[in-house]
Write a new protein. Structure first.
Length: 84
């Protein structure tokens, strides 16, 4: 049996794996969490953040938008508008 944490059947990633897969630093991802751009999917019993595939996709989108000149404030507004 696989003991890897899952969300809706998909495996979750710890911050280090998410950073490696996204090409971003752990500090950058943590700041995006604090700014409300991404959310953790769960936490381990020891309190480590866990992230799902949607978070990786969102980080890739954020990176692309930043490359095209959008600011974090712009991106946050876009994400907030999409939730309405």
């Amino acid at each position: 049996m696989d003991n890897q944490p899952q969300s809706h059947g998909e495996p979750l990633m710890k911050m280090a794996e998410l950073a490696q897969r996204s090409g971003l630093t752990r500090q950058m991802i943590a700041s995006y969490c604090m700014y409300g751009l991404v959310r953790e999917a769960a936490r381990t019993p020891k309190g480590h953040r866990l992230f799902d595939q949607k978070t990786l996709t969102r980080l890739e989108l954020i990176r692309d938008l930043l490359k095209h000149g959008y600011t974090l404030r712009d991106i946050r507004e876009i994400f907030l508008r999409d939730r309405r």
